[in-house]
Design a protein. Structure first.
Length: 228
């Protein structure tokens, strides 16, 4: 039986329209639900989130359990790291503002690959001016300013066995500090059918470095949901 795969850019990123503020995880989860409904994609869905995207799918799963078939979380943001968020938020906002100005005024266009992150995918490099354009930088800055509130929204979803028997695979990048792996293990324990997988790559973008690992996790969750 064939499966449909949907991916999207959150509001403000790449080709997506800007969205209203504040750019919190709860707002993003609501927009994801609206998007799927408007596209006519019937649930339940296996939700796959990487990094900050884990905030979105975790809030979605909490608010719309009826539409959630399972979760695959790939090196997701730690919602308990509030101090780190508070410290990094203004620094990140300044960096993103500089990147936004660079994209708007021309250096990004002139220097091309020299200003791209080393882990940029071939597709991202092809569409540099869109993927790393000034609108995307503005969207990232707005999310960073809302990051403390987003973390609080995600923390509110954490309860013993919060995911019940929802199939879930939590993937952590390898070689990380013990507290990072411990956070991933706690997430996996939120479901009676949760499992932690530690990648061999230390790369944050596990899906780029070890795509088969992520794909296998998705297939595992789909199969587990089918078994009920």
């Amino acid at each position: 039986m064939g499966r449909r795969v949907c991916s999207y850019d959150r509001a403000g990123y790449a080709w997506s329209e800007d969205g209203p503020s504040p750019r919190t995880a709860e707002r993003a989860a609501g927009e994801l639900h609206t998007l799927l409904a408007a596209a006519g994609e019937a649930g339940p869905y296996v939700l796959v989130g990487h990094s900050y995207g884990g905030n979105t799918v975790r809030v979605f799963a909490d608010r719309r359990r009826d539409l959630t078939a399972g979760l695959v979380l790939v090196d997701v943001t730690d919602e308990t790291a509030v101090t780190a968020l508070q410290i990094s938020r203004p620094l990140l906002a300044v960096q993103l503002t500089v990147n936004q100005l660079a994209a708007r005024l021309g250096p990004l266009r002139l220097l091309g690959d020299a200003l791209l992150p080393p882990d940029a995918t071939p597709a991202a490099r092809t569409h540099t001016m869109v993927v790393y354009g000034d609108r995307s930088m503005a969207a990232a800055r707005a999310e960073s300013w809302a990051s403390v509130d987003s973390a609080a929204q995600v923390r509110a979803t954490v309860r013993p066995r919060a995911w019940g028997d929802l199939p879930a695979v939590v993937i952590a990048a390898g070689g990380q500090p013990a507290e990072v792996t411990a956070h991933a293990r706690r997430l996996a324990a939120l479901s009676s059918r949760g499992r932690l997988v530690v990648a061999t790559t230390p790369e944050h973008y596990v899906q780029n470095a070890q795509p088969d690992l992520v794909l296998d996790a998705i297939h595992e969750v789909i199969a587990a949901h089918g078994r009920g």
